[in-house]
Design a protein around this ligand. Structure first.
Ligand code: BES
Ligand code: ZN
Length: 642
């Protein structure tokens, strides 16, 4: 691993071209306006191996989409107009595309420009190189492929209402190039606007300011909806959803979108959101994105949540009926600072997004619900970390580094939970070393200093040394910064979670392991974290009678809590407990969240002659309903270990 490279603030803010005056706008105007051009980073660890773009030559500063969604053909078609900022003498600009059918490229006045589509890489797609001929705006006319990985087209049967189709996009990490021809690198920030036309009576929502909540009649038929994002964002954060979508306000700047039949349950589950935004602001500074809305998507959404600016995308599996899974909202909300405001410059530093966010999530949970609940989540995370390290090949495995080497890898395969949990453990260790007050002041200033800019591991460490450590050699020694960021495993100074978070549960685990009566356990009085701790801590090898007792006493197979159901079904599969198979089948055919789907199929396959036929049968039924992100993982799983 190369030693981190430090560049002065001047060098780091220096635009390759353009004026320093513009680059430093973000210091004066906290919420960068439409004319702001974010700087291109110069540190060696800012080179993005997952993009064909050469931003030091020419880069996209603004994207204007005008697209029509065709639900029958499963295609979006239209134009992307890109504002380009080119270095003196630059002759061409390189964009990222994947599976796009490009019809033409013209300049701002409609004059044709020369363009070529390079050879396609199976993960990265193909570079679209356009000869600029001095053009400052280019317009690409194109349509997307029906299999575009960023887009999931759902049939009416795959929705809650069953009457209208649905469409949503998922950009992270490198999927947006399958529907937008732009420079798809998280270090290249762009403002954007969009006009999206859909058939009536569908509504469109996007991760930007909604300019036409009612839509407008489109000349060519259907309704058009317009949006604008005037703060520069990483291109993976451009997102859309279209369907039978209704809205309910939650507070002055928060609200929830969902299919009408889901709306009441969604609004009740998300009741605390307005307060959460205020709690987050009290920790690390003003919320800079105006509104914070959420959309509860159909169950095929492959993630728990996705932090699209102004509009978090959510799985319906977070609706437990008792608000017990709202740490997911704390997480996605925290990304409004760590991720959306200060953004990993490349996917090698994914931990700068997810580790900071997991730490921030637990601070929001503590502010909202008290130290006990927060400590329990930290303790669960710590156990996940230990398990992930094992799964990744042990504490010497390069996959357990925070700063990753992803060259030659699809980020979708190279990214893992280490970023979340080791990243959060690192920040907790820093907090404990300097004290909460000093640490919080530093973190608040970090977000202010670096707002609307890309971040790398080396720049973060330099920032930390300059603004927190300030030459204190003893502190520098104690922190083991480079060890944390560039080496595998968990450094010796890691602060473990508070030991007493689950004292009562751990006692019950011992009683159960010693053969104690299940009916005597206080499980039904526990919160979700406690239930999860119990299910994950009891002996993995259990006879059928014990599993039957657990299910009977605690109603596990019928629980509405997706996290508890998942933990139970995994345990059941590992014990080849046949009575749980119908519940496994119901769960796997009713939602497509990869975090639940993949481990359950993996557990089935691990049970060889017993589990594999069950996996094959259920997958044949479930696969058509899953997102490509989920099938991509499960296909490999089922093909792999035969
Ligand atoms: N940004 C991630 C989701 C993501 C990561 C999408 C990498 C594509 C590539 C999001 O913030 C996230 O971490 N979601 C988690 C939930 C969270 C509470 C840990 C998820 O989806 O499970
Ligand atoms: Zn996240």
């Amino acid at each position: 691993m190369l030693p981190p490279v430090f560049l002065s603030r001047f060098a780091r803010r220096a635009l390759i071209f353009g004026s320093l005056l513009i680059a430093s706008c973000s210091d004066i105007v906290p919420d960068a306006g439409p004319r702001m051009v974010a700087p291109v980073l110069l540190t060696p660890d800012a080179r993005d191996v997952h993009s064909f773009a050469r931003p030091e030559v020419a880069r996209v500063t603004h994207v204007a989409l005008d697209l029509v969604a065709d639900f029958n053909a499963k295609r979006m078609a239209g134009t992307a107009s890109l504002d380009v900022s080119a270095a003196p003498g630059a002759e061409e600009i390189v964009l990222d595309t994947k599976g796009l059918e490009v019809a033409s490229v013209t300049d701002g006045a409609g004059r044709p420009l020369q363009w070529t589509l390079g050879p396609a890489d199976s993960a990265l797609g193909a570079p679209l190189t356009v000869r600029l001929g001095g053009a400052e705006r280019i317009r690409v006319a194109y349509r997307t492929a029906p299999q575009a990985a960023a887009l999931q087209w759902l049939s009416p049967e795959q929705t809650a209402g069953k009457r209208q189709p649905f469409l949503f996009s998922q950009g992270q990490a490198i999927l947006n190039r399958t529907w937008i021809p732009t420079q798809d690198s998280p270090g290249i920030r762009q403002t954007w606007e969009a006009r999206i036309t859909v058939p009536e009576p569908l509504r469109v929502v996007m991760s930007g300011e909604d300019l036409t909540p009612e839509g407008e009649k489109a000349a060519g038929g259907g309704r058009a909806y317009r949006f604008r994002m005037s703060q520069p964002v990483a291109p993976y954060l451009i997102a859309l959803a279209a369907g039978d979508i209704a809205f309910q306000p939650l507070g002055p700047r928060t609200g929830v979108y969902a299919e009408p039949s889901m709306l009441t349950a969604a609004a009740s589950e998300l009741q605390d959101t307005e307060k959460m935004v205020s709690a987050a602001e009290a920790l690390y500074g003003r919320y800079r994105w105006g509104r914070y809305d959420m959309i509860v998507l159909p169950p095929a959404f492959p993630f728990g949540g996705m932090e699209n600016p102004r509009l978090t995308f959510l799985t319906p599996t977070m609706i437990a009926g008792d608000r017990s899974l709202v740490s997911l909202i704390a997480h996605e909300l925290a990304h409004s600072w760590s991720g959306n405001l200060v953004t990993n410059a490349t996917w090698a530093d994914f931990w700068l997004n997810e580790g900071f966010t997991s730490y921030f999530e637990s601070r929001i949970m503590e502010a909202m619900y008290g130290p006990q609940r927060a400590a329990q989540l930290v303790a669960l995370g710590w156990n996940d970390l230990q398990r992930t390290i094992k799964e990744q090949g042990g504490p010497a495995s390069p996959a357990t580094r925070l700063h990753l080497d992803l060259s030659g890898k699809d980020p979708d395969e190279g990214l893992n939970d280490i970023a979340y949990e080791k990243g959060a453990a690192f920040l907790r260790t820093l907090e404990q070393a300097v004290g909460r007050q000093r640490w919080d002041a530093y973190l608040r200033s970090y977000f202010d200093r670096n707002a609307f800019q890309p971040m790398t591991a080396s720049i973060f460490l330099a920032d930390l040394r300059k603004n927190l450590i300030r030459g204190d050699q003893a502190l520098e020694q104690r922190l083991m910064l480079d060890r944390w960021v560039y080496e595998p495993g968990i450094p010796a100074n890691a602060v473990p979670p508070p030991g007493q978070a689950f004292a009562a549960v751990d006692q019950a685990v011992s009683a159960f392991a010693a053969g104690g009566l299940v009916s005597a356990l206080p499980f039904n009085g526990w919160n979700t974290a406690e239930r999860l701790r119990f299910l994950n801590a009891i002996p993995r090898d259990l006879p059928s009678e014990r599993l039957a007792e657990l299910d009977r006493n605690f109603g596990l197979s019928g629980t509405r809590n997706s996290e508890v159901l998942f933990a139970w079904l995994k345990l059941a599969i590992e014990n080849r407990y046949a009575p749980a198979v119908p519940a496994v089948e119901r769960f796997l055919t009713s939602m497509g969240r990869r975090k639940f789907v993949a481990p359950l199929f993996e557990a089935l396959v691990a049970e060889g002659a017993w589990g594999r036929p069950i996996a094959t049968r259920i997958y044949a039924q479930a696969r058509p309903g899953y997102h490509s992100v989920t099938t991509g993982t499960v296909d490999k799983l089922l093909a792999g270990k035969s």
